[in-house]
Design a protein around this ligand. Structure first.
Ligand code: HEC
Length: 215
């Protein structure tokens, strides 16, 4: 230090050089008055915190980003459920087989949905195999849908549920592979359409489903 700085008390004016009373291994510490802009920012931050704290926790006027996202998720889930219930109210086994799967528009829409989502595991021809280009077939993770065997249910509404909710909880999967709940990605109508497409490929499996009662 050039001058003989005062020690042991606090700086009172700007530019005053004060050294704190402690010294460790020859290292000393200035005690300067903090600039006003710094102090102002510091106090403003405290005032901001008090206001913010009050709005968040005092009267809960503000929502955390997490709460906002959670509410949006709940809203989406509620809308999905409403949509599902609306579609389910108009669906049953016989309507799926004799109206939906007999409707070329629904079947074509179902084929599009199938191509976009289901081919990687169930194959282009629904056989759950894929031609590897040399004429040999490699096996895909899904189950064949045209082998006339239905692992869980052969009832159209049961299959609707299976596609909507994915593998049942008790399923150990196909060689360990389970199917996801497509209701998260597809609308109920799209599920009914994709199922119509599957039914239209193996109508003989559903020939015992009676026609809808005449109105
Ligand atoms: C990532 C692979 C994968 C994709 C993609 C996939 N599935 Fe599956 N699917 C499976 C597996 C695995 C099973 C067997 C599930 C089990 O045993 O728990 C299955 C089972 C099924 C079954 C029951 C078959 C039976 O014999 O009972 C149907 C129906 C079905 N899937 C339809 C679909 C439809 C429709 C799509 C497209 C929207 C689709 N899957 C997309 C893997 C997939």
């Amino acid at each position: 230090m050039s001058e003989n700085p005062k020690r042991g008390h606090f700086a009172q004016e700007k530019g005053e050089i004060i050294l704190r009373e402690h010294e460790f291994d020859g290292i000393q510490e200035f005690d300067q008055k903090l600039p006003n802009w710094w102090l102002f920012t510091f106090y403003a931050a405290i005032a901001w915190f008090v206001g913010y704290w009050f709005l968040y926790y005092g009267i809960a006027a503000l929502q955390s980003p997490q709460q906002v996202v959670q509410e949006q998720i709940l809203a989406v889930q509620a809308a999905q459920l409403k949509e599902l219930n609306k579609t389910l109210a108009t669906l049953d086994d016989s309507k799926l087989v004799h109206e939906w799967a007999a409707n070329p528009t629904a079947v074509a829409a179902g084929q599009t949905t199938f191509s976009k989502n289901c081919i990687p595991c169930h194959g282009v021809d629904l056989s759950a195999t894929q031609d590897d280009g040399t004429g040999r077939k490699s096996v895909l993770p899904g189950l064949p849908l045209t082998d006339h065997q239905w692992k869980f249910t052969n009832k159209p509404m049961g299959l609707f549920n299976l596609i909507n909710k994915g593998s049942p909880p008790e399923s150990t999967g196909n060689n360990g592979a389970k199917m996801e709940a497509w209701g998260q990605k597809l609308t109920p109508v799209e599920i009914a359409q994709v199922l119509s497409y599957i039914i239209s490929k193996v109508p003989e499996d559903f020939k015992d489903i009676p026609k809808p009662a005449a109105k």
